[in-house]
Write a protein that binds this ligand. Structure first.
Ligand code: FA5
Length: 356
C-alpha cells in the first residue's frame, strides 16, 4: 500500500491527477487507508496496539509522499520520472573566458622578445624620486616632474563621501625613505634603473654582467581620457647593456621585433625609421616609426642610454654602452585589432572584449 501510494503521487503530472491519487489513498470516506483502518477493528485485542502504531507510521509516510508531490508540482516539475536527468541530451556549451586584448598583446611581445634573448622583468608601480627621475637624468627643476604630469601620492587626505577635492589635493605628501615624494611611475624606464643597479650590485665590485631585459607593465599619467589617451596605460621597455652595443643593434632588434609582430602573416618586410628626438635618459634619442599598412606609424621612443644614467647606477660608460626603447602597448594593440577608442579597452563590456 505504502509504495503504491508513493508511486501514484510521484507519477502525478498535474494537480488534478494528484488530487485523484489523494482521494484514492487518503480519502476520508472511501480512501484505501480508511479501509485499512476499518479493517483494524477485526484484529485480536492483543494485536490492536501494534496494528494502530503500524497504521500511524504508514499514514505519516503516505502523507509525507503526498506533500512532497505537492511541492514538486508547485515548483514546476512534471513527474518524478520526467524531472530526472536525461543523459541522452547534448551538454550545454560552457562559455569560455579569454584573456584581455592587452594581456594577449603583452604575452605576444614577451614571447617575441624572449626569442631575441630578452628576459622579462617587473618593477613596482609606486616609485621614488631616484628611480623615476634622478637616476634617469631628470634633474630637480625638470618640467617632467610637474605635479600636473604625475600622480604624486599623499597621506591623510581621504575624501569623505560627497566631499569635493579642492584643498584635499594639497594633502601631506607620501615620502619615500629618501624623504622625497612617492609617485605612481609615469614610465617603465624606472625598471631600467632597478635592473642595472641589481646587475652592478651582483658584480660585487667586479665587471657587471651584460643586461638584456624587457619590462611590461602599467604606468600612470594624469592625462584626460580621450580616444588615444588614458590615465593608466601599459608600456614595454627594452634595455640592452654590454660592451660595444650600438644604435645599429637597436635598429636591428626593433626591426626583428616588428617583423615578428606585424610582418609574419603578410610576409612583407617591416621597415623601421628613426627620427631625431629628445629624452633625458638617452643620447642620441629617436622617435621610432614602422612602415605598416602603407603608412608610417609612430610606435614609441628609443635611444642610446645616456652616460649620465650609466654612471648613476655604477656602470663605467667607457666600458659598456647600451640602448633602450619604450613603447605604448595600447596604441599597438589598437592598431593591430582596428580598435578606434582606447576607452573601449577599459569599459569592461563583455560584448566588446569577447571579440578578441
Ligand atoms: C616614454 O615614456 C619614454 N620612457 C620612452 C623611452 C624609453 C624613450 C626608453 C627612450 C628610451 P613617451 O612619453 O613618448 O616616452 O611615451 C611612450 C608611449 O606611450 C607613447 O609613444 C604612446 O604610445 C604611449 N602613451 C603616452 N601617453 C599615453 C596615454 N595617456 N595613454 C596611452 N598611451 C600613452
Amino acid at each position: 500500500f505504502e509504495s503504491d501510494a508513493a508511486a501514484a503521487f510521484g507519477n502525478a503530472g498535474d494537480t488534478t491527477a494528484l488530487e485523484a491519487a489523494r482521494v484514492e489513498f487518503l480519502g476520508a470516506k472511501a480512501g484505501r487507508l480508511k479501509a485499512i483502518q476499518k479493517g483494524l477493528g477485526g484484529l485480536q485485542k492483543a494485536d490492536k496496539p501494534a496494528g494502530g502504531q503500524k497504521l500511524n507510521a504508514v499514514k505519516t509516510a503516505v502523507e509525507t509522499a503526498f506533500m512532497a508531490a505537492q511541492e514538486r508540482l508547485a515548483s514546476g516539475a512534471k513527474s518524478v520520472e520526467r524531472a530526472a536527468f536525461d543523459i541522452t541530451l547534448p551538454g550545454r556549451p560552457l562559455r569560455r573566458g579569454r584573456l584581455h586584448p592587452i594581456t594577449q598583446t603583452i604575452e605576444r611581445m614577451k614571447e617575441i622578445m624572449g626569442r631575441l634573448g630578452f628576459t622579462a622583468v617587473e618593477g613596482p608601480e609606486i616609485e621614488d624620486d631616484w628611480h623615476n627621475f634622478v637616476a634617469l637624468n631628470i634633474p630637480e627643476i625638470h618640467p617632467a616632474r610637474d605635479p600636473l604630469d604625475n600622480f604624486y601620492l599623499s597621506v591623510g587626505s581621504h575624501l569623505a563621501p560627497g566631499e569635493s577635492p579642492g584643498a584635499k589635493y594639497e594633502g601631506t605628501p607620501a615620502l619615500g625613505p629618501d624623504g622625497k615624494p612617492l609617485l605612481l611611475r609615469s614610465q617603465t624606464s624606472t625598471v631600467q634603473i632597478r635592473t642595472m643597479e641589481e646587475a652592478v650590485a651582483s658584480a660585487d665590485g667586479g665587471t657587471p654582467p651584460p643586461v638584456r631585459i624587457v619590462s611590461l607593465g602599467r604606468v600612470y599619467r594624469p592625462d584626460t581620457a580621450d580616444a588615444t589617451h588614458y590615465p593608466m596605460f601599459h608600456q614595454i621597455e627594452g634595455l640592452c647593456i654590454a660592451p660595444g652595443v650600438t644604435m645599429a643593434d637597436l635598429k636591428g632588434v626593433l626591426q626583428m621585433f616588428w617583423q615578428s609582430y606585424f610582418g609574419l602573416e603578410s610576409n612583407e618586410p617591416i621597415e623601421v625609421r628613426f627620427r631625431p628626438s629628445f629624452f633625458p635618459f638617452t643620447e642620441p634619442s629617436v622617435e621610432c616609426d614602422i612602415w605598416h599598412d602603407g603608412k608610417w606609424m609612430e610606435i614609441g621612443g628609443a635611444g642610446m642610454v645616456d652616460p649620465n644614467v650609466l654612471r648613476a647606477v655604477g656602470y663605467d660608460p667607457e666600458e659598456v654602452t647600451g640602448f633602450a626603447f619604450g613603447l605604448g602597448i595600447e596604441r599597438i594593440c589598437m592598431r593591430q585589432h582596428g580598435i578606434t577608442d582606447i576607452r573601449d579597452l577599459y569599459a569592461n563590456d563583455v560584448r566588446f572584449l569577447a571579440q578578441f
